[in-house]
Design a protein. Structure first.
Length: 117
C-alpha cells in the first residue's frame, strides 16, 4: 500500500509539472523534483528516467546534492511571486494581498538564498 501511495504521488506530481509547462504561474521543476522523490520510494525505473532526463535531470540532481536552484529558476520564481502579488492587490480584498506579500517575501528570500546550480 505504501509503495502505491508513493507511486500515485509521483504520477500526480509529474502531471502537475506537465501542466506547469503550459500555465505560466504553475512551476514545473519543483513538481518534477517531487515526482523524482516519490518515484525513488516506489519505482527506481521511473526515478532513473527523471534523473537521466536531459532537461530535468540536472535540476533534480543539483537539488539533491546541494539544495541548489538555477539562477534562471530563481528569477522565474520571483517573477511568479511578483505577478501573484499584483493580481492579489487588483482582485482580492484586504488583507489577502498583505498575506501574499508576506508569503512572497519569506519564500522569495528562502529561494534566493539557495546555492546556485
Amino acid at each position: 500500500m505504501r509503495r502505491a501511495t508513493w507511486l500515485a504521488g509521483g504520477v500526480v506530481s509529474l502531471a502537475l509539472g506537465a501542466v506547469g509547462t503550459v500555465l505560466p504561474l504553475l512551476p514545473t521543476v519543483p513538481f518534477v523534483i517531487l515526482a523524482a522523490f516519490c518515484f525513488a520510494r516506489s519505482s527506481p525505473r521511473l526515478e532513473a528516467k527523471l534523473t537521466g532526463h536531459p532537461r530535468f535531470g540536472p535540476h533534480i540532481l543539483a537539488w539533491r546534492e546541494r539544495g541548489a536552484i538555477s539562477r534562471k529558476g530563481k528569477r522565474a520564481a520571483l517573477a511568479a511571486f511578483a505577478v501573484s502579488t499584483v493580481i492579489a492587490f487588483v482582485f482580492a480584498p484586504m488583507p489577502a494581498p498583505l498575506i501574499t506579500v508576506a508569503a512572497a517575501a519569506i519564500l522569495g528570500t528562502w529561494i534566493w538564498t539557495r546555492p546556485e546550480g
